[in-house]
Design a protein around this ligand. Structure first.
Ligand code: HPA
Ligand SMILES: [Zn+2]
Length: 338
């Protein structure tokens, strides 16, 4: 397995499903709380980690929004972003499309501009230090109203040249994509790409709504699509990218055991599946750990791992020439490793 881990770490990859707030490690959480004069209800970073036991998505979200409350200044968002990229660089990430949740911050009185300045300076730092390219996906919290999402889209207007896509995250069941059809249409009018979490806990119908009512460009998670063969064939036929997050699936009990993870079934069904970390500080691993986890549990070999890495660039919002260049690097890497 050491060989396969080394192969995975060196494999050029894009990360397409990463919530930057979900990369907040407990140590940084404590440091930021101290810097900002805030108290957190834990005595140590280890105690924070010990509390990360979830039985479903909502359990996780409750603790995740609480953790994000230590992010206050532009420097906090910058430091968070730099820490993610330093870790991602070690995992062979060459490009990352990062989700952020402005409403988690603006609801606490943090200015939209503060969030944007911190994230963008961290991304510039990552480009300079590691050569990693990146872009931003502004995600709407689906437990909040359509009106709130529209207000967020309005706030983002001065920053639109720095935002590539919108997303839809938070509590899925009971908050179907249909609630956000109008705000997604407005985002599309503004030239933004569209992503949505669907089929993580929600039924295949939610995935269908994301396709038919939101006209998404990319599907986040999508696991439960497999319950519906017609939907699965449709996703495969459309070349829809699924941003699958194995360790997240395990921690949030979307799968009962990694041995049951459907990543190889997805590939066999012709789905353009990718592997991502979602909220690595909460789910126990960054992107390479996710590749290793499915490789071990499902017996994936180098060819399948390379397919997953190729899919990550094919499913990215990078221009065609950049995608082609990354694919050529993967081919060269696989040939050299053989
Ligand atoms: O996996 C997730 N699902 C929904 N919302 C989220 N916000 C952060 N991570 C997630
Ligand atoms: Zn997610």
């Amino acid at each position: 397995m050491a060989d396969l881990s080394r192969f995975i770490a060196g494999l050029p990859k894009a990360e397409l499903h990463l919530h930057i707030e979900g990369s907040l490690e407990p140590e940084l959480m404590f440091a930021l709380a101290g810097r900002n004069g805030l108290t957190i209800p834990f005595t140590s970073a280890d105690a924070v980690r010990a509390a990360y036991q979830f039985s479903n998505l909502q359990d996780f979200l409750d603790i995740y929004y609480q953790g994000a409350a230590v992010l206050v200044t532009e420097r906090d968002f910058h430091d968070l972003t730099v820490a993610y990229f330093d870790r991602a660089a070690a995992d062979g990430v060459k490009h990352a499309e990062i989700m952020f949740d402005p409403q988690t911050h603006t609801a606490r009185g943090i200015a939209f501009d503060t969030v944007m300045r911190g994230l963008l300076s961290g991304m510039a730092d990552a480009k300079a230090r590691h050569g990693i390219t990146s872009c931003l996906i502004m995600s709407f919290l689906r437990h909040l109203s359509e009106e709130d999402a529209f207000a967020t889209l309005e706030q983002s207007r001065p920053w639109l040249s720095h935002i590539t896509a919108v997303g839809l995250d938070s509590s899925e069941v009971g908050n179907p994509p249909s609630r956000f059809a109008r705000v997604f249409a407005a985002a599309r009018e503004l030239g933004l790409k569209l992503c949505a979490h669907a089929g993580e806990e929600g039924p295949p119908d939610y995935v269908r709504e994301a396709l038919d009512l939101l006209a998404i460009d990319r599907l986040d998670h999508g696991n439960r699509s497999l319950e519906d063969p017609v939907l699965t064939a449709r996703l495969a036929g459309a070349g829809m990218t699924l941003t699958v997050c194995p360790l997240s699936n395990l921690k949030l009990r979307v799968v009962h055991a990694m041995a049951d993870h459907p990543i190889d079934r997805m590939l066999r069904e012709g789905l353009r599946a990718t592997v991502n970390s979602d909220d690595p500080a909460y789910f126990g691993g960054y992107v390479a750990d996710n590749y290793v986890a499915v490789a071990e549990a499902r017996g994936l070999g180098r060819q399948e791992l390379a397919t997953l890495a190729r899919n990550s660039f094919l499913g990215s919002f990078l221009p065609d020439e950049a995608v082609a260049a990354h694919l050529a690097r993967i081919d060269a890497y696989v040939a050299e490793a053989a």
